[in-house]
Design a protein around this ligand. Sequence first.
Ligand code: F6P
Length: 551
Amino acid sequence: MPTTPQSNPEKLETSWRALQEHANQLKSQHLRDLFSADAERFQRFSLEFGEVLLDYSKNFITDETLKLLRDLAQQADLKGWIERMFSGDRINNTENRAVLHTALRNRSNTPVMVDGENVMPGINRVLAQMDDFCGRVRRGEWKGYTGKTITDIVNIGIGGSDLGPHMVATALRPYWKDGLTAHFVSNVDGTDINETLAKVSPETTLFVIASKTFTTRETMTNAHSARQWFLDNSDGDPLKIRHHFVAVSTNSSAVQAFGIDSHNMFEFWDWVGGRYSLWSAIGLPVALVVGMENFKQLLAGAHEMDRHFAEADFSENMPVILGLLGIWYRNFFNAGNHAILPYDHSLRLLPAYLQQADMESNGKRVTRDGVPVDYDTGPVIWGQPGTNGQHAFFQLIHQGTELVPADFILPIRTHHPISEHHEILSANCIAQTEALMRGKTEDEVRKELLDAGMDEDQITMLAPHKVFPGNKPSNTLMMRQLTPYNLGTLIALYEHKIFVESIIWNINAFDQWGVELGKQLAGVIEKELDSAKPCTSHDSSTNGLVNYLKK
Ligand code: F6P
């Protein structure tokens, strides 16, 4: 049972116990029965915000569940933590940093103070710099070294410096300017950069080197390879690099050392976490292809969600509801994973994006104060776009032994209205949530098989395989259309959901120490791979693998 510095441990424990007892009672009921007993269930457990609808009625919940979950949030001082985040407190305690991705999209421009300084003028300055730069590239005024206009943007980054802009640029493909294409290189595997460079010309390509630290091994390796490729395939003049390379970073000295003109560096700040950075200049490749007006719409959609999160009562607060449902399944139903199922091909990178957002944030084993937790924290996040997933892993969700709470996401209008495609897609999305919820009973199966003309032996043999237990929870998020604004709203919704969970679990959602050890050891092994001597410094497996590779 988690306790936080601000919480009242006794009351929190009471809330936790009450939820435990309530979960035990609810486990004997089937979702199908909850629906039969209440014709108004959809109306009561759905919520509209802007152009987004959240239907959370297909969850193991009653009014009592939500009341108990809200009690828990109150005992954990969720309201206080939301205020602390928005007002620039250093809630990332292990890095002693504020957490202010919300300031990046603060379209109301009200002052946000960090250490007595308003951060908004700095944010507005970088937005203006992006606006100016994107305008020049998009109007063809920014020329390559031979005087040609830019046709290709290659973003080089990894983790938050890749997943966010890559996902958003892919989602907003219908808004791209004709003649301008975005590419994303992240993997240090040379295949990634090689395959991308094969598609572009040095005369018309602009590289965006995106790295908060400008030290990340993968990004710097790819950036140096791109730089070398440019020199090898142009007239070789290093002074021309400034026409083709810009940087997004917090580390201006490293950017200059790389050879990028300081005028072509877009700054951001240590209070922007990598996985929360797409709203900063890390969104530059998105702004380049969709234009600054659309990028600002993305920010505006997120800002509306921020206000909703900060102001709405918990009973009608979308991120709070989703976060509390996350707690409900993780801690009271032992669900170790959560599926993200966008029924929109343009959102195909959303599961990978949310994997980092959620798992790097909430994959923690100690509390904010460093005490090991004795309850489960962040689940495994995974998913694929529908309907593809239906032909792959849905079997396990329907009939396997693992509980997989799932989010279905469906834009009502498509950007690609071709024949009946979108109707088929939408029908499948809604049908899956129904099938998961209601299932198919043995009686229903037997009747179906009888109607198909089977004899009793065949029916007895087949029936258990064809039964769907149902009672599988899901949320459905529908939006009018996948616009920049609605996408901003959707992403901010998930960011805040993750934050809500972290507060209940009393963990720091904004550090990521778990990525360090592998990086350190890779540095050691890289040197050993280079050395002529056999490797003997590790355990026998690691030595064996290094030596096998060297051979
Ligand atoms: O994987 C660790 C991490 O620090 C992420 O949090 C971050 O998004 C990514 O690496 C990239 O870091 P940077 O932007 O500094 O290159």
